[in-house]
Design a protein around this ligand. Structure first.
Ligand code: TMP
Ligand code: ASP
Length: 248
């Protein structure tokens, strides 16, 4: 089948059903708008498994997602959506570009989660938008932006609690949403160590705590084992939740 779209970490293919697309998760890793390139062995399958588990679990909590099925360990069937060209970032703790742009100290716990919108446009370097700029660009309307913000905060509450049970602090993360055939806004893309900052609560050394793509961005080494740790803990927590449901 001919590709529909190839991104930095995933390839999208059409299927026989126009409402369904096939996503292949790649081992390729990029950072700093693809100025840094590399590979993380096994990342495709790990990110696919983590995303699938989290999407399935979020669905049980009433969050609509594009997830349908995983036919192979690095492949996900998803509902075809029109992607809203925004990266919705939620931050619980100051890190990354927030520190770089504001001078806030890394690790500062934010009083309230911060929701930010970035324009999904590689040529422009995914710039941070104001609410008004997002409206000006017409990527969605006022109600759409509010829905994205509400969904992002709701997802943050669920994910923060989930990761805490994995002994992981959810520092920040990026979400993407799309409009489905019924005009509903649903969660799309992925939730993985590529798109989240995750700090290991069982470690105290700040560098040893990093379990996400910052290990690649900052050349911290032991990238594969960090991704494997996240996968193991996420899948174990899902199993624990399932056995609790089974027992009740
Ligand atoms: P930032 O601090 O670099 O703005 O990143 C915030 C969060 O968004 C972090 O968890 C990493 C994630 N992210 C992506 O998923 N894709 C991106 O292109 C960027 C820049 C960040
Ligand atoms: N995914 C982005 C890129 O290559 C940036 C990042 O995750 O840091 O360009």
């Amino acid at each position: 089948m001919e590709k529909l779209y190839e991104g930095k970490a995933k390839i999208l293919y059409p299927t026989e059903d126009p409402d369904v697309l096939l996503t292949i998760f790649k081992d390729d890793a990029t950072a700093f708008n693809a100025q840094k390139k590399g590979q993380i062995q096994g990342k495709g399958a790990i990110n696919c498994a983590i995303s699938a588990a989290l999407f399935r679990w979020l669905e049980t909590l009433g969050i609509p997602t594009h997830y349908l099925d995983c036919p192979q360990n690095d492949q996900m069937l998803v509902k075809a959506v029109d992607i809203i060209p925004l990266e919705v970032v939620v931050r619980n703790i100051a890190a990354g570009s927030l520190c770089k742009q504001t001078g806030l100290k890394e690790g500062l716990v934010l009083g309230n989660p911060l929701v930010e919108f970035y324009l999904k446009d590689d040529a422009l370097g995914d710039p941070l938008l104001t609410w008004e700029r997002a409206l000006l660009l017409g990527v969605t309307d006022e109600a759409g932006l509010q829905t994205l913000k509400d969904l992002a905060l709701n997802i943050n509450q669920h994910l923060q609690r989930f990761f805490a049970q994995c002994d992981i602090t959810l520092v920040d993360f990026k979400l993407e949403f799309g409009g489905d055939r019924q005009g509903r806004i649903i969660l799309a893309d992925e939730i993985s160590p590529d798109t989240c900052r995750l700090w290991d609560n069982t470690q105290t050394d700040p560098q040893a705590r990093v379990l996400d793509k910052d290990r690649f961005r900052r050349d911290l080494g032991e990238i594969e084992s960090a991704y494997q740790t996240v996968e193991k803990r996420v899948l174990s927590q899902i199993e624990r939740l399932q056995s609790q449901i089974g027992a009740s």
